[in-house]
Design a binder for this molecule. Sequence first.
Ligand code: AMP
Ligand code: MN
Ligand code: MN
Ligand code: MN
Length: 284
Amino acid sequence: MLTVDLHAHSTVSDGMLPPREVVARAAARGCTLFALTDHDDVRGLADAADEAKRLGMGFVPGVEISVSWRKHTLHIVGLGVDPQNPVLLAGLQSVRSGRDERAVRISEALAACGITDTLEGARKFADNPEMIGRAHFARHLIERGIAKDMKGVFKKFLARGKLGYVPHEWAQLADAVAWIKAAGGVAVIAHPGRYEFGKQTMGELIEEFKAVGGEGIEVVSGSHNPPDFARFARLAEINGLFASAGSDYHATGEGAREPGILPDMPPGPVPVWSRWLPEPAIEQ
Ligand code: AMP
Ligand code: MN
Ligand code: MN
Ligand code: MN
């Protein structure tokens, strides 16, 4: 098992635990190197870093940026970013700025299919009002008994093409990578197995991502199954991308994975975390 987890969420975006509690949960499970990667916001990183230090766990400051690529939404994780970098902060602010208006449109789409008054309920679940998103609507619909669980509510109402889904323009791929690099970070394609791209489209994405400065791809992910681990380990290796691993933890009971420990990385690609592990002692 890996004790590295470089992808997780807190109440700063759509996770259910405050930053300090996510960090403590990972540490309690034996994690040695952890990254908090909230969607489009870095305001949890100071608390998370402080708690990790207190608990003696390695910490990598991160973020997960929402990107529109062709007709798809992608997520790009930035690892090792400076949370105070003005280029990154301005970029993230611009990505967040459309979320409130989008939430209004989601509530209108749901109302049009008979599920009225969801906006206030969804807002109650969004600790960070600038970061209201589909997970908050999902939790509200579950609370109202309209759906049974996260998987069901997305499948029925909130996934692309469903009644409560509204299109939205996120950051450009090149911009997201540029902000991460400006802040000293490494850009990583998050959970590539979720996009359901064929060989051709995945190849084109990787090529474009590398051309704009992207350097890594998630291989082991809470959103991947073992065949995905093998597929993306191979793609990382042949494309010279660093391989990353992350639980994508949001809340206990909601997803498959708890934070902090993950299945092993297949052999082959270079792990992205090699840069943050202590140098091996030189034998005298
Ligand atoms: P948003 O950025 O508002 O579009 O919300 C995206 C978030 O919704 C993801 O980061 C997940 O937390 C959640 N999500 C998306 N699709 C699913 C799904 N099929 N099942 C559970 N959660 C999902
Ligand atoms: Mn999320
Ligand atoms: Mn994601
Ligand atoms: Mn995530």
